[in-house]
Design a protein around this ligand. Sequence first.
Ligand SMILES: *[C@@H]1O[C@H](CO)[C@@H](O)[C@H](O)[C@H]1NC(C)=O
Ligand SMILES: *[C@@H]1O[C@H](CO)[C@@H](O)[C@H](O)[C@H]1NC(C)=O
Ligand SMILES: *[C@@H]1O[C@H](CO)[C@@H](O)[C@H](O)[C@H]1NC(C)=O
Length: 279
Amino acid sequence: MFTQIPKKSTPPRIRKPTIIIFSSLSIILILILIFSTNPCSQTTQILFPNFTPNYFKNTYNILYPNQETTPTNISHIVFSIASIVKTWHARKHYVESWWRPNETRGFLFLDQAPNRHLPWPPTSPRVLVSNEAMGQKDISRAIRIARGIKETFKMENTSVRWYVMADDDTVFFLENLVEVLKKYDHNGYYYVGMNSESVISNNLFSFEMGFGGAGIAFSYPLASILVKNLDVCLKRYRGSYGSDQILHSCMADLGVSLTHAKGFHQVIFVLDVTLLFYY
Ligand SMILES: *[C@@H]1O[C@H](CO)[C@@H](O)[C@H](O)[C@H]1NC(C)=O
Ligand SMILES: *[C@@H]1O[C@H](CO)[C@@H](O)[C@H](O)[C@H]1NC(C)=O
Ligand SMILES: *[C@@H]1O[C@H](CO)[C@@H](O)[C@H](O)[C@H]1NC(C)=O
């Protein structure tokens, strides 16, 4: 009789490919730990205190060699300010409080020729009449203001990183604005602003909308896409109440959400919501 000899259970063999994969992964992990610039991984600093891995910091330059990387300053920002002739005499003091002639770039858009305000003082921004600029009459205020970004883009588009839209009673602290915008990559698609400080307004419009009274910033690439699509967008949302609401809708269509920047403040002093509709 033959008795079946039970098979010896051989210990599981580690196959060659597994070893290769495992050791490659370990090497990669070690390299990451050594060269990572992430503050959580300080191995580099411990192993080579004088080593600064510049090539990692400059990956951006390698990917986009033609992009500027100098710090953003006031010269990179172009403003588009909306006003009307009727109230300009009172509102100009808000604008002139922060506007720096020959330094700040941008335009003031009025609904009519400012005949009664002539001669135009050099302390005010350059003025454009929106209706004339667009060859249209009797368009809604919201659409007129929203189109300001297109007019502005057409006139000023060299060395621009940010387009900032504002009302005639918006007051900017320019250094602060530059500091805030500096934090974002102006080569990316950024829609920067803040919702209202009034919950009622946010409920009426959106918590995700940049309110125009506080100023809204669009990065250059985003503005260039926005102006290309603006006419279609204005047609689609022509029933919207405000220019900021229209622009928010255009942003939503482009898939860009608001980057909330807490330095932008839109204030409504009186809680009566109807006041909102007079601004
Ligand atoms: C702003 O930065 C640019 C470089 O991007 C530089 O040429 C210019 O002189 C700077 N302007 C001011 C006002 O600092
Ligand atoms: C702006 O610059 C021009 C010359 O380029 C000068 O004549 C004018 O006085 C300046 N304006 C102000 C308000 O500094
Ligand atoms: C950029 O600005 C110039 C005028 O400075 C204008 O001729 C040109 O059409 C503008 N480009 C776009 C895409 O609007």
